[in-house]
Design a binder for this molecule. Structure first.
Ligand code: DX5
Ligand code: ZN
Length: 219
């Protein structure tokens, strides 16, 4: 089943708990996607573990933390402790990705690794069994509201083939420019977890936008 994870990057940061509730409910968002940026790995700054901890206490939706930060080996465990159900670090930033994925899992969260658009999946094939999710970025990380990069579709397809070849259960997430206009292409290419920021929070009814995206992804 397709999962829709609204990104709070496009929400009102002064009202995060309320913004989380706007996409929740019975057939609402599967996870809330929390974009953590440090002004170094990407040219933008958002929030850290204390805000994740407060958000955890304020909502029932599990938190999918996407760490766009340097030194994830050092900082990622704090996000599990803050209550994240899934923690994604970037392949380009991790010094020891296998050790880090094992640490995240040992602490009780799902371990996930993200690839920037220019990072190929092939060098990481042997690492896939260590992960619960692989994130293929479909924009350059850093900002919401960017145009979907169609040239990432072959990478999504190849990643799906590798996952299936090894008989793995891991989820394949796409993030960046996912909308009513692009979600079917992502789903057809093999993605099953869809992050959507502006397409959800830019809609008049964000909860309905989540349901509509899920229907489209499952078509
Ligand atoms: C971008 C972030 C995304 C962003 C997606 O660096 O990782 O999660 O919020 O926003 P949209 O869906 O608007 O492209
Ligand atoms: Zn993200």
């Amino acid at each position: 089943m397709a999962q829709i994870n609204p990104s709070i990057l496009s929400a009102d940061f002064a009202r995060l708990a309320e913004e989380a509730r706007r996409v929740g409910g019975a057939d609402g968002a599967d996870w809330l996607h929390v974009d953590v940026m440090d002004n170094h790995f990407v040219p933008n700054l958002t929030l850290g573990a204390p805000v994740v901890e407060s958000l955890r206490a304020a909502t029932d939706i599990p938190l999918d933390c996407h760490l766009m930060i340097e030194e994830p080996d050092r900082w990622a465990p704090a996000y599990v402790e803050a209550g994240a159900g899934s923690v994604t670090f970037h392949a380009e930033a991790a010094a020891a990705p296998v050790r880090l994925a094992r640490e995240i899992r040992a602490k009780g969260a799902r371990a996930s690794m993200a690839l920037k658009p220019a990072t190929p999946i092939e060098p990481y094939e042997d690492l896939l069994p260590e992960l619960d999710m692989l994130l293929v970025m479909t924009v350059e990380p850093g900002f919401g509201g960017q145009a979907f990069l169609d040239i990432m579709l072959p990478k999504i397809r190849r990643t799906r083939q590798l996952i299936d070849k090894h008989g793995l259960e891991l989820w394949l997430q796409v993030d960046g420019g996912v909308s009513a206009a692009t979600i079917e292409r992502c789903s057809e290419a093999g993605a099953d977890v869809f992050v959507a920021g502006s397409a959800v929070y830019g809609a008049e009814d964000p909860a309905e936008a989540v349901r509509a995206l899920r229907r489209q992804a499952e078509r």
